[in-house]
Every structure is written in structure tokens, then in C-alpha cells.
Design a protein. Sequence first.
Length: 119
Amino acid sequence: MADPGPEKPDTGSPGGETLLLTEERVKPKRPSMYRVVMLNDDYTPMEFVVWVLQKVFHKALEESTRLMLEVHTRGRSVVGVYTHDVARTKVERVHSLAEQNQHPLQCILEKEEGDGGSE
């Protein structure tokens, strides 16, 4: 049997050319962010609103009081900005606590503008 000579490495391409493989790096998109907006009503006690802000949004007493007064005087206040799932969970928690305590307190979600993410 004849010696075929030195073996050529398998390059994966016809003709034995060397292929240069580059790794494409995909930068993950930041998730869309949502504002949780608390709405004013004429029935929910201010103390309850402060308590909800502390319990659900983990705000200090001073900040909870400031946000409650903003809701009361302006009709609404952004009480936090979160990813969609977290924001939705917080809104549901507020509605659940309000219902359990027979208050009409409401929160809504608003998508942050220009956050660059997609839902």
C-alpha cells in the first residue's frame, strides 16, 4: 500500500480551504418597564393607602405619606416602575387588599415610553 503523504486536516470545506468561524454575539433586549399608577377615589381612607404603599411597594412611612398626598391632590401618582409581571402582580395585590378591606382603591399599569424593550 502506498503512503498517501501527510494527512490534511478536515477543514469542513471542499478543496481544503480553512473556514473562519466567528461567533455572533446577541445582546439581549432589556424588558419593557411599566409604571404602577395609583388612582384617587373619594372613599378609601388615607391611612389605608399609606399602609398599602408600605406593604405592597415596600415604601418607608415618609415616602408612603408623600405618595398618598400626591394621589389625593393630583388624582394619581406613579408608585413604582417594574417589569410587566412584577407590575401586574403588585396591581393585583393592591386590588386584592382593597377588596378584602372593602375599599375601591385602584391601580393601573402604564407602559414606559421609549424604554427600548418589547413585550
